[in-house]
Design a protein around this ligand. Structure first.
Ligand code: FE2
Length: 271
């Protein structure tokens, strides 16, 4: 099973780098579409858009509509639950009777469980008792398959970031850590948010964090020839040894619709 993870695309329509963010997103999807063997699923770990606006989500939905693999999305701190839900509701995987954007996807060899760490008061993550209960219920809903858990905010210290703790309060992070460790079937914890690549552990569970797809917002040092090339993560699952994660650089030859339309091509993401 191959999971392509994308994150922190931060689509905006009125920033100086708005076209670049769209182009980075488009080129990443085009690169995923060209993978051989193909990705089975794409998971966007949040901060899909930058201001939570419906018109920003419309652009993101248009880009994701070009993906060959099924796409599942999480809410990041820049997302708006109501507008995100409206934009992606037709996909049918959100829980119908909760404000939270959390769910379990059952049709793969690994169960995919998305948690909602959005905090409407701050960019830092939140994880309340209700969400912890919902996560444990989702984990317990099936008793045989391994589980990969996706959360926008990494629930472990990220010392390379401006603040190593990415939750509003340490006990919220601890609550998520405890919930994730509720079952030994959880074999991967996958996050975004800090806009840089890093890895850690929650107990014995390997945890990975991918950089922002938006190259203008990416943190950390990259060689000059990579400055314009998004990086995303490919998580390959094998029943014998679990997940192996690759940081994939979008091929230099992958062109975006924005670039094509600028250079006289006919394609446009709005067309
Ligand atoms: Fe972000």
């Amino acid at each position: 099973m191959i999971i392509a993870q994308i994150s922190d695309t931060h689509i905006a329509l009125d920033t100086p780098d708005a076209d670049r963010r769209i182009s980075d997103f488009e080129r990443t999807i085009a690169d995923i579409n060209a993978l051989d063997p193909a990705a089975d699923v794409i998971v966007h770990t949040g901060d899909i858009v930058h201001n939570g606006r419906a018109d920003e989500y419309a652009v993101a939905v248009g880009i994701l509509a070009k993906a060959n693999a099924p796409v599942f999305v999480l809410a990041g701190n820049k997302d708006d639950r109501t507008n995100l839900r409206a934009a992606f509701a037709t996909r049918g995987y959100f829980a119908p009777n909760s404000e939270f954007i959390d769910y379990a996807i059952e049709e793969y060899p690994v169960r995919l469980i998305a948690v909602d760490t959005l905090n409407t008061r701050s960019n830092k993550g939140e994880f309340c008792l209700e969400r912890a209960g919902r996560l444990i219920d989702m984990i317990d809903a099936e008793a045989t398959k391994p589980i990969a858990i996706f959360a926008h905010h990494p629930p472990f210290e990220v010392p390379v970031g401006p603040d190593p703790i990415n939750f509003e309060a340490p006990e919220m992070m601890e609550r998520l850590r405890c919930a994730v460790q509720h079952s030994e079937r959880v074999i991967a914890l996958i996050s975004g948010h800090v806009h840089r690549s890093t890895a850690g552990h929650v107990g014995s569970i390997p945890a990975t964090v991918m950089p922002s797809v938006a190259t203008t917002l990416r943190k950390g040092e990259y060689p000059a020839q990579m400055k314009m090339r998004p990086v995303y993560h490919i998580h390959r699952y094998d029943p014998a040894w679990g997940f192996a994660t690759e940081a994939r650089i979008v091929a230099a030859s992958v062109e975006s619709a924005v670039t094509a339309s600028r250079s006289g091509g006919q394609r446009s993401i709005f067309g």
